[in-house]
Design a protein around this ligand. Structure first.
Ligand code: NI
Length: 190
């Protein structure tokens, strides 16, 4: 089932999400709905807060980027209760977008390497290191479970320039081809 994606301004995007355990109700269904929702919106990552669940779960499928980034070729993963234990290196600038902020794409500066500890869908623990593009995708999704959005990481000046666009997004005053929940909807949805 395709779930609506919450738009910028929604309070769930701002919460630090909670850990879950194996008994979390209908987790398999939620994960399969998140995949379906992400693919329908042409995303490469989706975090549970974006479907209005404040839990530490995100999914990533970066395989469409395999030509640009060979390391993405088999990178399809589910991250539960993730903790980024370390980020390393000189910050690198790379463009980012987000399904909760349709129409925006901004350069974001982040450290290029990380080590992450997480559980997979069987609740087996993994500790892995990533760099480059895959680290970037993980950092973006990880931010979501920490209540952070990439626009928090751009310059105050740039954010000021985007103020109108951000307001349009939370008001639902945008064209978007997937289902969304707008926190400050002013108009009737078509
Ligand atoms: Ni995002």
């Amino acid at each position: 089932m395709i779930l609506p994606i919450v738009a910028y301004g929604h309070p769930t995007l701002r919460k630090v999400a909670e850990n879950i355990d194996k008994d979390y109700p209908e987790l398999d269904n939620l994960i399969s709905d998140m995949w379906e929702t992400m693919y329908a919106a042409n995303g490469i990552g989706l975090a549970a807060p974006q479907v209005n669940r404040s839990i530490r779960l995100f999914v990533v499928d970066a395989t469409v980027y395999k030509d640009e980034y060979p390391e993405a070729a088999d990178f399809k993963k589910i991250f539960i209760n993730a903790i980024i234990e370390e980020e390393l290196g000189e910050e690198v600038v790379l463009g980012e977008g987000c399904l909760s902020l349709p129409g925006l794409h901004e350069d974001v500066s982040r450290k290029p390497m990380l080590r992450i500890r997480y559980l997979d869908e069987k609740f087996d623990e993994h500790i892995e290191s990533y760099d480059g593009f895959l680290a970037r995708v993980i950092q973006h999704e990880y931010d979501h479970i920490e209540g952070v959005l990439y626009v928090d990481r751009i310059s105050a000046f740039r954010r000021m320039l985007l103020k109108g666009k951000l307001r349009d997004i939370s008001n639902g005053d945008i064209d978007v081809d997937y289902r969304m929940i707008f926190p400050n909807l002013k108009r009737k949805l078509k």
